[in-house]
Write a protein that binds this ligand. Sequence first.
Ligand code: ZN
Length: 247
Amino acid sequence: MRYLVITDIHANLEALEACLADASARGYEQTLVLGDIVGYGPDPDAVVERVKGLRPLAMVRGNHDKIALGMDHAQGFHAIARAAARWTLDTLTPDHRQWLAALPEGPCAVDELVEICHGSPFDEDAYIVDEFEALRAINTAAAPLCLYGHTHFGVAFQLSNGVLEITRLAGGGRTELLLRDGVKYLVNPGAVGQPRDGDPRAAYAIVDTASRRIELVRVAYPLDVTREKVLKAGLPEMLARRLAVGR
Ligand code: ZN
């Protein structure tokens, strides 16, 4: 099976379309969505529609998707995220809000090799930012390969004979990871719609379970179009600026 893995789309339609076009050219069979479909970006309705149309095999909700359950779920958000959440909630159609509100909490088992979550398998909202959290996550994961998002930072952790190894995936055009037997993996493909690793290109992954290979891909997209839409929507200006620098 070849899975297209997308996470942290954040209502960025141009970034999503660029990833889908690139992934279609490479070929994939099923889609896995790791959450934060909306929030920050100017196209929540169009992005929800596009993701629905992909008929993903598995999806989990992100903290920004929980906004569909009400503004109470924006408690931990800083001022800019809160303003964007308010705008997103007011913009979403009732149907799309309902669809987002029904997204399940992770982790979610996909097959005997793969499971998905938004933040971590022990807490959907936790950020894996250091080796301690990564080790806790990799030990909690039920499957050999746990895919996650939330930090908007492409990174792969692997645990082999009690030793944790880290591979940063930032900056490269395309990186491959071969899954070995007896090793546990925790992989974040990076964000589709709001990369924060200094590379403004959209990020996604393809997992091939037959060849046990992960391709980590970066794709350029017309971010000036998205930035223009952010400003036109009246969303905080900083959200337009950060797209250009990937921070
Ligand atoms: Zn996110």
